[in-house]
Design a protein. Structure first.
Lengths: 251, 251
DNA sequence: ACCTGAACACCGTTCAAGT
DNA sequence: ACCTGAACACCGTTCAAGT
């Protein structure tokens, strides 16, 4: 059997026991760790314990930097919103196209972070980035010359749409299905509608292909089209009413 | 001190120990119990344990009737959707008004059940009631003579809007604030926007009152207006294109 | 087939104690 | 001020066992 070593080993300052990399416990590091979990596994995988673990601490330590889990998700959301490009004042696009482009950008940002849009449902984004994007949209609509009432109403409606669409797509992304599994699923849905009893569901069974023909991209563009056309129609009416005020009398 | 009673008490058949009322454990009873919790405290208050407790059993017993919590919420949602009134074939309203009325009805049903709309986010309602309502809407749009492509696309978009709006209103309802507390909150939001730095947020600070003037009801109606006008505009274009097909050539 | 108790592997948050 | 371990009061779901 080996005896004790003759020479005392040099007293190396005791190597840190396991100790995961610890990039200092800050608000930012916590938000980054949470976002990394979102990107990898989706919003539901985020827990105070998982986040703490990734940072090499216990969950209680997070509460020195973050009010609670809800605030943490709000911060993660605002960080993501920070990736949304702002209105380009030099753009010469008509406002209808400009708005569509913004909405595509917003959706693209959300959907690159799995189902992060779920954290935006029913929440008004009041973080610095959320406000910045909101300000940018309001600015674009003002510059387009829309009536002030509509400038005040439209951004919320657009945001609602982007978030709702992103939640649906994010859910699919979080499942992590292959392209063909998704295609197979849509085929199943179509078959399901087509196979419904024509007595009970005369319209669904008759319109099965129209109800399922258009996939995610087309459905999103359809919504964009409806929203922008609707807003343009309202704007035309309200501008006309402003030019010829009060019940058909001329000014 | 009182001594033991001289006469042995008659052996009444042991009264059932506590035993809450037990309306037989069925799928329906489980769904009803869950919905009661939603109505009282909101969706987040629903847990398998709470539902089981209300029925006088343990959580494991529910799994004989329901796949899991997700399916339970789906069933609760479908039960609620069952309250949405169906298309009246005798109605003589123009389709634009008819659609608006449906959407108001849908929102009204959701918001009478706290934040149940949260259970509908990112879910395609495939229960019998969900299908029935969907069929009814598709029927209304067909009868209105919309192009088939739009008949297939519009119902989803409308449902998206109703759900998204109901989630926001449901969240407020679940908090259970008084009318005046809600008013005070909106005043705060307006003050917040108005108080933003005009350098950082030139548009939000300038448009503070337009951004907050219109409350829940008006915002909902604005969205209805935009959606219906947008759809009408698309329908007009596509019908015209169908009448004069392929690149301006006459048939 | 239906129901049960007990357990497993988790949660968010608080709190007294340490530095 | 920041961090910690331990605890509290919960979760959804499974499983072997009972009827």
């Amino acid at each position: 059997m080996a005896t004790a070593p003759r020479f005392p080993r040099p007293e190396r300052s005791a190597p840190p026991p396991v100790e995961r990399r610890r990039p200092a416990l800050t608000r930012e590091a916590i938000v980054d760790a949470a976002l990394a979990i979102v990107d990898a596994e989706g919003v539901d995988a985020v827990s105070m314990r998982r986040v703490a673990d990734a940072l090499g601490t216990g969950p209680a330590s997070l509460y020195a930097h973050v009010e609670n889990k809800d605030e943490l998700l709000e911060l993660v959301l605002d960080k993501v919103i920070g990736e949304v490009p702002l209105f380009d004042p030099a753009s010469t696009l008509p406002w209808t196209e400009l708005i569509k482009q913004y909405m595509r950008d917003g959706r693209a940002v959300f959907t690159t972070h799995k189902d992060i849009a779920r954290a935006a449902v029913g929440r008004i984004p009041m973080g610095p980035n959320g406000l910045r994007v909101n300000d940018s949209w309001v600015g674009a609509l003002r510059k387009a010359g829309l009536p002030p009432r509509l400038v005040g109403l439209a951004p919320d409606l657009f945001a609602l749409y982007i978030v709702a669409v992103s939640v649906e797509e994010g859910a699919v992304a979080t499942l992590g299905l292959s392209e063909e599994r998704i295609g197979a699923y849509f085929d199943e849905v179509r078959a399901f509608f087509a196979g419904l009893s024509p007595q009970e569901y005369p319209n669904l069974s008759a319109m099965a292909s129209e109800l399922t023909d258009v996939g995610g991209e087309g459905r999103f563009e359809f919504g964009l089209d409806v929203l922008v056309r609707g807003l343009a129609s309202l704007a035309a009416d309200e501008s006309a009413a402003a030019r010829a005020p009060a019940k058909g009398h001329h000014a």
